[in-house]
Write a protein that binds this ligand. Structure first.
Ligand SMILES: Nc1ncnc2c1ncn2[C@@H]1O[C@H](COP(=O)(O)OP(=O)(O)OP(=O)(O)O)[C@@H](O)[C@H]1O
Length: 451
């Protein structure tokens, strides 16, 4: 029934009463299914999506109260109304305790029954929508969201899935834009901690003092401006997972504090005298070579060993060219839907250019390039003319010549200009440059740009 107001199931062995109730409810616009026994009813529930069940409390093969319990366990979105005999209110009350929406005494008139069913129906439909949204969200942040069929990426996914169900600390390695944060979220979603928070922080985006207070929180008066007590992210993530991106940027002091949390599950808030206990799983990521940093003495070796119990290295996009076409199609569908455009085809010159490009910014760069192409296209095709300059002149990117035109100089000049334009606001500059904030910090250091 196309315009049905919802699906009901009546379970009652008294045929005459069942048929009468079914008729009344059909006239109200509901689709009605019937069952004479608990067994028949449960069969219907298995094969159909039922919003509301109306069940007699006395059935030949089962007690309606136990049936309520069973239905609520197996089909949590379905609501149940129990039919009780006159004078047996206790049955109704017990049914509600077992999860029934309400009870009706047989012989109550329609004026009471119909509004009650309508209320139960509204609740059931709402519950179903919530469950659907929740499962979509799970898919959105789970492993299903990671696109790619190459051996390099599927190996990484398999490793991550295996470690997800444990409480082990994981270190995600890989160039910028390879999907480290996407993996961290998927690991959390596939873990027993998924119902608790996933909290992510980019360690390079804060000064040392601010980062300490962000991570561990502070007491009022700990420093000028600390007016109230503040919870840190470790506390916010209680029971869940914390993801520290660009962990290689932590200074020595904070490295020691992090080691302490890992070893003893406790820390001291800024300005506090006592320790705070935490139960948090740590996932960390870096695009630095931490082993080199350990050799140089800038990263603590004890922390490094502690973190590298389980490492997953994510492949650069150029190491899995087979996935470029797949990812491109995925992002085309995503952005086309977002801007309400129909994109019918990707021309072969467009795909070829994508497949041969070097992708220093990996999947993030590909995503941005596709978004740009979709915005620029004025028909339903994407061709090579929609790609930026460096795709037309790949030599520009790969040149080794040391001249005023070598890529590094051009890049330095460009970053300098953007930083000037944003008056030194680095987050805004990273956004305009389409790179991660961590990458921007690294480049500022590399090119010795200070602001
Ligand atoms: N395999 C993938 N499938 C689909 N989308 C992906 C995949 N990998 C990355 N992305 C997308 O690419 C973008 C960059 O990913 P992410 O932020 O996880 O990279 P990262 O390695 O953490 O980068 P950085 O080191 O710069 O922080 C995100 O928008 C993400 O949704």
């Amino acid at each position: 029934m196309e315009n049905s107001k919802g699906k009901l199931l009546i379970i009652d062995d008294e045929e005459r009463l069942r048929k009468l109730l079914a008729r009344i409810l059909q006239l109200e616009g509901y689709e009605v299914l019937e069952g004479a026994t608990a067994k028949e009813g449960l069969n219907k529930l298995r094969n159909d999506t039922i919003d509301v069940v109306i069940s007699d409390v006395k059935l030949p093969d089962m007690n309606g109260i136990d049936l309520t319990k069973k239905i609520k366990t197996d089909y949590p979105a379905t609501e149940i109304i129990v039919l009780t005999a006159y004078g047996t209110i206790n049955d109704g009350v017990t049914a509600i305790k077992n999860g029934a929406f309400d009870y009706i005494t047989k012989g109550d008139d329609n004026e009471k029954i119909i509004p009650l069913i309508s209320k139960a129906m509204d609740k059931a439909i709402l519950q179903r929508r919530v469950l659907e949204l929740e499962s979509k969200l799970k898919v959105k942040f789970g492993f299903d969201r990671i696109v790619g069929t190459s051996a390099a990426i599927t190996d990484a996914i398999k490793l991550a899935q295996r470690v997800a169900v444990t409480d082990t600390t994981v270190l995600l390695l890989g160039e910028t834009g390879t999907g480290k944060e996407v993996f961290a979220e998927a690991i959390h979603q596939a873990s027993p901690r998924s119902a608790k928070p996933f909290v992510a922080i980019n360690c390079s985006a804060f000064s040392k003092d601010l980062l300490e207070s962000e991570l561990f929180g502070h007491k009022a008066g700990a420093f000028t401006g600390a007016i109230k007590d503040k919870k840190g992210l470790f506390e916010e993530a209680t029971g869940g997972t914390i993801f520290l991106d660009e962990l290689g940027e932590l200074d020595h002091d904070l490295q020691a504090k992090l080691l302490r949390v890992l070893e003893s599950q406790q820390f001291i808030k800024l300005g506090d005298t006592k320790t705070t206990k935490v139960n948090v799983r740590l996932l960390a990521a870096t695009n630095r070579n931490l082993q080199e940093d350990v050799a140089k003495g800038t990263f603590r070796s004890d922390l490094f060993y502690r973190l590298s119990v389980f490492q997953i290295t994510l492949p650069a996009l150029r190491e899995r060219r087979k996935d470029i076409g797949l990812l491109a199609k995925y992002f085309v569908a995503y952005f086309a839907a977002k801007v309400n455009k129909q994109v019918a085809s990707l021309k072969s010159d467009f795909v070829e250019k994508l497949e041969t490009y070097n992708w220093p910014g990996n999947v993030r760069e590909l995503k941005n390039i596709i978004e740009r192409a979709i915005i620029l296209s004025d028909n339903n095709e994407l061709d090579a003319s929609l790609l930026p300059y460096e795709f037309e002149h790949p030599a520009a990117k790969n040149s080794n010549s040391i001249s005023a035109f070598d890529l590094a100089s051009v890049e330095k000049l460009h970053i300098q200009r953007v930083i000037n334009h944003t008056h030194g606001n680095r987050a805004e500059a990273a956004r305009l440059l389409n790179i991660g904030i961590a990458t921007l910090y690294r480049k500022l250091k590399e090119y010795d740009i200070d602001h």
